[in-house]
Design a protein around this ligand. Structure first.
Ligand SMILES: [Zn+2]
Length: 61
């Protein structure tokens, strides 16, 4: 696994919401884009509110 660092969590824009997207963790409709920095790249993953919150809280350590 690549080491990745949480960069930001952003809500979808209205345009992005028109395509169906699902949370990578639980399969609910995703509402947040979670961005990570890795070596030389930005990874964008999609999560629902709950999972995005857990990721945000978990990254505080
Ligand atoms: Zn979720």
């Amino acid at each position: 696994m690549l080491e990745k660092t949480l960069k930001s969590i952003e809500p979808f824009t209205s345009k992005a919401e028109k395509k169906s997207r699902f949370c990578m963790r639980c399969g609910e409709l995703a509402t947040k884009l979670v961005k990570y920095s890795t070596e030389g790249a930005i990874l964008v993953e999609k999560y629902c509110d709950n999972c995005a919150k857990e990721i945000e809280d978990g990254s505080a350590n």
